[in-house]
Structures are given as structure tokens and as C-alpha cells.
Design a protein around this ligand. Structure first.
Ligand code: SAH
Length: 223
């Protein structure tokens, strides 16, 4: 599968649609205009890759619709060279958008299958990010602090472990809630307090505790 003129045209159309819906930071739209979203999804879903809809990926998960990716990235206010942490790698699309914005990206996924798939996709696209297979609730304490943290699954409450891994002046964007989620921005202020703002309702797959190896790995276990 390649990235041809048709895909580029579809991307331009997607970005024009997003621009009409909300005054997104143009740097976010420019990044989304370059990431080949169709190469992050399974073959059967390629025709729908650029419609403003969530898509099914492996391990019973979904990737957010382009509008939600644009909004989370917009609220994150990523700057070049930022150290960014993503919770919920999924297929790696959001991570790729952050890379295109110039961030150094670390991303954690609890589903082994998705963790491995995202690495493969990045390798094929010759893109760079550091992927980890683990529980995002723990974050990456050894690599903290991060300038930016984006959670792409619905957290029941603001994950405090992650707040502690924010740099002073850093920002976290996290959908908070169990059934539906309120998009929440946590800014860590210089005096070590946090400022919290909310930005509308969304629906994400839940942020779950622990790691998931997936069926093929379980079957291989010797007991
Ligand atoms: N950002 C992704 C969207 C992923 S959907 C993309 O662009 O494709 C949300 C993902 O969060 C799912 O893959 C799910 O497995 C993962 N997830 C849920 N709870 C998690 C946790 N505690 N740690 C890491 N990943 C988690």
C-alpha cells in the first residue's frame, strides 16, 4: 500500500472539512495533511480512512475520528522539541501527528498486538517514536518530566501519576469520565499548582489497568 495522489487529495479534503468545523491551530492541520492515515488502518477500512469517523483497529479498539485527534492536538499546544508522552498508542496515528509537529514522542500501549503493529507501521514510514508496552496509568517515571501528555482513552478520573510526570509549565490533555468523557486540560503552573479547564464531551474507549497480552500469547503459555 502506498501514498498516492488520491490519498493526498483525500487528506486535503479532510483538513478543509476540519478547518470549517473549528479554528484549529494551522500547525495541527498541516501535520494532519502529511500523515498517511490510510496506512495506519487495516486494508478493508482504507476507503474510510479520511472520513471524519472513528475506525475499528485490532484488539477490539477504535481510533478517534480526525476531529477528535485535531482537537486533542490543538489543546495540547505542542511545540517543536517538546518531550511528549501519549497514553494509548492504538495504531500510532496520533503519535505520528505529534512527531510531524516536531515533538519527541513516547507512547504507551497496554495491548501487545497494537504495540507491535504501531512499531511496524512507524518502521515502514521511516518515522521515529519510542513505543512501550505497559500500563499507561504508571506513565514513564524514569523518563519524566514531560512537556506534554496526551491520553487517548477515557480515564475515570485525572490520573495523578501522570500529573506528577508533567514538567512545570507542562500540559496534559485527558478525556475524563466513564460513559462519556469531558475533554480536560491540566496545566502545571510554576508554583506547582494545577489549572484545570474543560472542553466539551467526547466518547473514548476506556483507560484500563494492567497490560493485555492478547489471545495468541496466552495460548503459548506452558502450564
Ligand atoms: N491514539 C490512538 C487511539 C487509541 S484508542 C491512535 O491514534 O490510534 C485508545 C487506546 O488506549 C487503545 O488502544 C487501548 O488499548 C489503550 N489503552 C487503554 N488503557 C490503557 C492503559 N492503561 N495504558 C496504555 N494504553 C491503554
Amino acid at each position: 500500500m502506498q501514498d498516492n495522489l488520491i490519498h493526498k487529495g483525500q487528506r486535503r479534503k479532510m483538513v478543509d472539512e476540519l478547518r470549517a468545523l473549528y479554528p484549529f491551530d494551522e500547525r495541527v492541520l498541516a501535520a494532519m495533511a502529511t500523515v498517511p492515515r490510510h496506512l495506519f488502518v487495516e486494508a478493508a477500512l482504507v476507503p474510510f480512512a479520511y472520513s471524519n469517523k472513528p475506525l475499528r483497529i485490532a484488539a477490539n479498539q477504535t481510533i478517534s475520528q480526525p476531529y477528535t485527534v485535531a482537537m486533542q492536538t490543538h489543546l495540547l499546544q505542542v511545540r517543536k522539541w517538546d518531550r511528549a508522552l501519549e497514553i494509548g498508542t492504538g495504531c500510532g496515528y496520533q503519535a505520528a501527528v505529534l512527531v510531524k509537529m516536531g515533538a519527541q514522542v513516547h507512547s504507551i500501549e497496554r495491548q501487545k498486538e497494537l504495540y507491535m503493529q504501531a512499531q511496524k507501521t512507524f518502521l515502514a514510514l521511516r518515522m521515529d517514536a519510542i513505543f512501550s508496552y505497559g500500563d499507561g496509568y504508571e506513565g514513564m517515571p524514569l523518563l519524566a518530566p514531560f512537556d506534554r501528555i496526551v491520553v487517548t482513552c477515557g480515564a475515570p478520573a485525572i490520573p495523578q501519576q501522570l500529573v506528577m510526570q508533567l514538567a512545570v509549565g507542562g500540559r496534559m490533555v485527558v478525556p475524563v469520565g466513564s460513559d462519556t468523557q469531558i475533554m480536560t486540560v491540566v496545566e502545571r503552573l510554576p508554583d506547582d499548582r494545577c489549572q484545570i479547564t474543560t472542553h466539551g464531551n467526547y466518547r473514548f474507549v476506556p483507560m484500563l489497568e494492567g497490560k493485555e497480552a492478547g489471545a495468541p500469547f496466552r495460548r503459548q503459555r506452558c502450564e
